[in-house]
Design a binder for this molecule. Sequence first.
Ligand code: F6R
Length: 593
Amino acid sequence: MCGIFGFVGNTDRPTSVVVEGLKDLEYRGYDSWGVAVAAGGGVLSEKQTGKIGDAVSSLPPASASLGHTRWATHGAVTQQNAHPHLDCSGRLAVIHNGIVENHDAIRGRLQRHQFRSETDTEVVVHLLEEEMAGTAANGRSRLVTGLMSGFRQLEGLSAIAVLDGESGEIAAAKNGSPLVVGLSEEGSYLASDPVALLPHTRKLLFVEDGQAVSLDPSGTARVFEVGSGREIEPQVREVDWPVHDRTLGPFDHYMEKEINEQPAVLRRLAAEKSDDVSTLARMIEESSRVFITGCGTANNAGMAGQYLMSRIAGRQVTAVMASEMRLAGPLLDPTSLVIALSQSGETIDVLDAARLAQSRGARVAALTNSEGSSLYRLADHSILLDCGPERCVLATKTYTAKLALLVMTAYQLAGRAEEGVHAVVQGALLMEALLVEERDRGNIERLAERLADSDHIFVLGRDINYPLALEAALKIKEVSYIHAEGFASGELKHGVIALIEPGTPCIVLATEPSVLRETLAGTAEVRARGAFTVGLSPDPHPEFEAHLPMRGGGEAVLFEAAAAFQSLAYRLALRLERDPDKPRNLAKSVTVR
Ligand code: F6R
């Protein structure tokens, strides 16, 4: 949530350095954006509402510059509320990711300052103005001393970066929200995700919670403990992470590209992850209780994992959404394991769940797509999803990557590891065939045309298809804005059936032969009330008015079904002229509670 990018060097550089960095971070929020540069002893700033897109900054080149993409929490999406926020004298510019929970109280103490926005962030810059005026430097710069003193007064989880136009210095502090420093011969960079730093440098310094940094133009940084003000040794890491191709290639959107990348991702996981899968299976085996947790799509993958572990390995793994992890808290002890799923590795609820587990002595295994992320660093064992960057805000390839690893782990636990690998490889083939068939025949496109005017769509599934139905509904609603809900088809008659009207679309995931009869009975019940039924199943059935054939079996068909509902969601978005890559109100990395 909210992207931060900054640069300090010995020579002036165009603001495109910051603007391009922000483009890499726009997945974190795209309500508005802004840049500030050090110029003439103060700061010049520019801010705009809307996505950064192909924007070019009109600010002059500078040796220190700072930028931000916003995901609004406090204050509407307006130019005034966009970051950076400036102090009264125009010397300081502050950008912020997170929430200042006590902003009202602080604002009350700063009555003599001139506030220009409705944000919680603006209190920080005026607070720093006060703190810098009254602070002796103590061998540190006045900026970093004032920042630490101000930061200690903030409640809530935040990453704050501040540019001092007078000294041309940038300092930052964090608690909860991610910040990484990149060091190079051109100078020092700051970003909320290393992805934006890799085009510039491989020398990274991950700022930990409760630390402040001051960036040096010579490509070094000083690190301090905010609590004590003490300077500590910077822990710089040289990483060899690949810079992935981030272009669209032949595709119109990243969502389409990433759906199409899934077969390659699955093949890679099947070929390369056997050691990680064995380690995870061993950790499960060694544990008395196992919980699996995540948010949103990751939670849906975790729920699927619960079914997979039960049916393949006869092993109880309990899925708990990360924001409800307190349910599991009293049950966790040093013999427990929590498997935390998170594409970004920065979702605050997942980090909270992992920390809760560790505070009770439990072990944490992580499945994440982000090497070096907070979750990656804190887990006892981290498995990388190796999907390459997922630039669309919606999770697609990282969802099926998690499913693939969970399928392989379940089979490993069952002592039938090859079957797991086979299911994933078959899944890749099935996905590929479905995507090719869609290009040739347009079955899903026609279905999208039929469903695009709907007010509501229900997705029904039983057994392993139930967690998939939840994910299908989530994909549809977040990208098309059509109200969609996933249900266990057996539950429908216990209440939800009241919502079915003539013409209500009900998509039925019916890939599982062992529950086909019950699934069809549920379909008949909604059809009898006029629903328009769409079956995803190996064979057509009279209960289905429309049918998308699923050719696979076993767990492989789950990947095929996922490609079908992801493609349907994408096509609905196009029909309704939504932006599939940046749906309204969403951000890819949710670092606030
Ligand atoms: C849905 C989606 C979100 C994320 C959720 C967790 O398409 O992307 O529901 O899955 O915000 O994010 P991570 O996996 O980064 O923890």
